[in-house]
Design a protein around this ligand. Structure first.
Ligand code: ADP
Ligand code: MG
Length: 263
């Protein structure tokens, strides 16, 4: 992606009025027993915005993603998607959860189903789509992630990078409003990281709203509109990738960048 293109869609992040905000995390705290994993976290994500979350291990990045998808309850605060606070349970929760696509570090594909069936499962089961229609959708998505010719294979017959691209296609099949990625490349062999990041970059260019936990600084620099730095359950700073990498505001972020950039 060219830098000018990145700047083009960076404009959308300038205003944060209610209509523009798709994901709103407001003063969210979360405890595991007496341990506070999220400490008064607030994060607004605009439509079409790409936010990269970075920070040391244990800082609460996964917990935040899981809370946004309601895989984890929160103890205080509010999380809303498109103006709707996340419901606690039931059909309303299932409906809202379908609006949030999630891609994890491990691919989580069903091993006994073909790639095509993995992608059509959600639309058929949850969205009640007709199988033929779901297959057409799935084949289009598999083509988009470069897997058109792998549809009939089983996950174990694919490389890690291919499996992760299939997991992205599966999440997209639900037509989510926002995609969450939690360290999507950290379980991959180095030569497969790029092919997954390329798919994510193309999604970003296509205007998808994305929250991406990653330590891939190249991706952050190229595709992110903003970088949020987390430590100890808090978002310590959030700014454009250019500013963050050149002038991190906090000592913690400076330390963290020094550690990851010197290796
Ligand atoms: N289910 C859980 N029970 C107890 N502690 C947890 C649980 N999940 C996460 N934690 C703790 O919360 C903190 C934040 O974890 P996590 O969100 O996974 O961090 P990160 O993704 O930034 O590495 C860690 O100290 C972790 O041990
Ligand atoms: Mg994590």
């Amino acid at each position: 992606m060219s830098k000018s293109r990145a700047k083009g869609y960076r404009r959308i992040t300038m205003g944060r009025d209610a209509d523009n905000v798709l994901v709103r995390v407001e003063n969210v705290s979360k405890y595991f027993g007496s341990f506070q994993a999220l400490d008064d976290v607030s994060l607004d994500v605009n439509r079409g915005e790409v936010v990269v979350i970075i920070g040391p291990s244990g800082s609460g990045k996964s917990t935040l993603c899981r809370a946004i998808n309601r895989l984890e309850t929160i103890d205080s605060g509010v999380i809303s998607i498109d103006g709707e606070p996340l419901p606690a349970e039931g059909k309303a929760l299932a409906d809202l959860r379908a609006e949030v696509g999630m891609v994890f570090q491990s691919f989580n594909l069903f091993s006994h189903k073909t790639i095509l069936d993995n992608v059509t499962l959600g639309p058929i089961k949850v969205k009640k789509m007709k199988p033929a229609e779901a297959q057409e959708l799935a084949r289009g998505l598999l083509a988009r992630v470069g897997l058109a010719d792998q549809a009939e294979k089983f996950p174990a017959q694919l490389s890690g990078g291919q499996q992760q691209r299939a997991a992205i296609a599966r999440a997209l099949a639900m037509e989510p409003k926002v995609m969450l990625f939690d360290e999507p490349t950290s379980a991959l062999d180095p030569e497969m990281i790029t092919e997954v990041l390329d798919v994510m970059e193309s999604l970003a260019r296509g205007g998808m709203t994305m929250i991406v936990v990653t330590h891939e600084m190249g991706f952050a620099k190229k595709a992110a509109d903003s970088v949020a730095f987390m430590a100890d359950g808090k978002i310590l700073e959030r700014q454009s990738p250019e500013d963050f990498f050149a002038h991190p505001h906090t000592e913690r972020a400076r330390d963290f960048l020094n550690k990851i950039l010197t290796h």
